[in-house]
Design a protein around this ligand. Structure first.
Ligand SMILES: Cc1cc2nc3c(=O)[nH]c(=O)nc-3n(C[C@H](O)[C@H](O)[C@H](O)COP(=O)(O)OP(=O)(O)OC[C@H]3O[C@@H](n4cnc5c(N)ncnc54)[C@H](O)[C@@H]3O)c2cc1C
Length: 399
């Protein structure tokens, strides 16, 4: 681990790198930059091309991350916009779409959501039933989406709808930008078992979208959906166990140390196993990062890492609950109970953790993809009634 970390640090440009110095001068002149200033300076997504980003390679991106962290500057929060919708618009959007949407997206002024999943189309996303029919120079959309994170806060959604119903499976799907305040869009809250309202059901009842809402060519939405789902930013996130957020295995070990250790031999073994898992995942993450820094595309270790990391998050939260004793079963007790379990992050994390192996492609789907694309095993036969059961048509990304 130390060697890998050392190698990574050596790959980062030094303190006198001109890009560092220029950025430090700008940060001195803007000690508390507004989200808009960060966006206009290209610092929110430095790997995007100018004028939205800096056209930064992975090394410069890490350098910018490093400088912003040292300066205590936080980027605007708009995960689906900046993480997935933006890269897809950069890939296939018209100049008008880029000019209209990208800057407010980067500044976090307009939040985005992802209108992909439907009640009968999740893993098998290509079997989606929402329809968009042309009517003059508009599209009329009818359908129902579900699990739409942030739909209640979003100004726009990226929407997949079928425009050629007679076409096969993933043919005939188109990709749109849908204003969430358009007449006919109804957002119904879904409160998950953490007690939090993050995702929603979204009804689309004769929603009229102007012709300019179509992204890319009509009927080519599936290839754009794959761009959206495959997009992940190189980030130096803390590697928290809840999709990069939240506490880590090392945090749990620290919490136990602070409590004076744990006497139970089985709990100690689980803690040691968890710590080892965390180290292995850390190394896999560094390997991916080092590959990117060296200019190569991340290989199968990225899919393997997701499959392992999601289960690891659940192991971590299960153990935190067990270590917290009987009080760990009560959310309120965990919030108000003795330190370190008084930190609500553990109780929330435990209740959120089942979602880790569902969202972003389920654990089973991840394994199908690893089996087919990495190990070269025979394809999953398409189950009856699905658009396609093989990895090429299965959902592979976050959301
Ligand atoms: C926290 C969270 C946030 C989300 N946010 C969004 C969002 O913002 N936008 C959005 O569009 N969606 C979102 N989703 C939905 C998510 O993408 C889907 O839940 C996921 O793709 C699984 O689809 P499903 O729920 O329909 O399950 P299904 O696809 O019905 O799967 C049910 C079970 O069958 C298994 N299964 C399915 N196909 C296969 C196969 N071929 N081989 C083996 N097993 C299989 C699955 O692994 C699973 O165990 C979110 C989900 C979560 C948990």
């Amino acid at each position: 681990m130390q060697a890998a970390l050392g190698g990574l640090a050596a790959a980062l440009p030094g303190e006198d790198d001109p890009r560092r110095l220029e950025l430090r001068r700008w940060l001195e002149a803007h000690p508390s930059p507004s989200p808009r200033q960060l966006a206009e300076r290209g610092l929110v997504a430095p790997h995007w091309p100018p004028p939205w980003g800096l056209g930064a390679d992975a090394t410069e991106q890490l350098l910018v991350d490093d400088e912003l962290r040292r300066a205590g500057v936080r980027r605007p929060d708009n995960p689906i916009g900046i993480g997935w919708a933006g890269p897809t618009l950069l890939h296939a959007g018209s100049e008008e779409q880029k000019a209209r949407y990208l800057l407010p997206m980067l500044a976090g002024e307009e939040i985005w959501c992802q209108l992909f999943s439907e009640p009968d189309a999740g893993s098998d996303l290509a079997s989606l039933a929402t329809r968009a029919e042309p009517d003059g120079d508009e599209w009329v959309v009818r359908g129902r989406k579900v699990w739409t994170s942030y739909a209640h806060r979003a100004r726009f959604g990226i929407l997949l709808a079928r425009t050629e119903p007679e076409a096969e499976a993933h043919q005939g799907i188109s990709y749109f930008v849908c204003p969430m305040d358009a007449p006919g869009v109804e957002v119904r809250p879904l409160v998950d078992m953490t007690g939090t309202h993050t995702f929603n059901e979204v009804l689309l009842d004769e929603v009229r979208l102007p012709a300019g809402s179509l992204v890319g060519a009509r009927g080519q939405g599936w290839s754009l959906a794959r761009v959206t789902l495959a997009n992940e930013r190189v980030s130096l996130s803390t590697g928290g166990a809840l999709w990069g957020m939240g506490p880590t295995a090392a945090d749990l070990v620290e919490a136990v140390r602070a409590q004076g250790g744990v006497g139970d031999a089985l709990l100690r073994q689980r803690l040691a196993r968890l710590w080892s898992e965390g180290e292995v995942l850390g190394l896999l993450r560094l390997r991916t990062l080092a590959a990117v820094l060296a200019g190569s595309v991340p290989g199968p270790e990225a899919s393997v890492r997701k499959a392992l990391a999601d289960a690891h998050g659940q192991h971590l939260m299960d153990l935190a609950r067990d270590l917290s004793g009987a009080e760990g079963m009560l959310l309120g007790a965990a919030r108000n109970g003795p330190a370190p379990w008084s930190d609500a992050g553990w109780a929330y994390g435990f209740l959120f953790s089942p979602a880790l192996t569902i969202g972003g492609g389920t654990a089973e789907v991840q394994r199908n993809i690893i089996a087919e694309r990495t190990l070269g095993l025979p394809r999953d036969p398409a189950p009856a009634g699905t658009a396609a059961g093989r990895a090429g048509s299965l959902r592979t990304g976050t959301g």
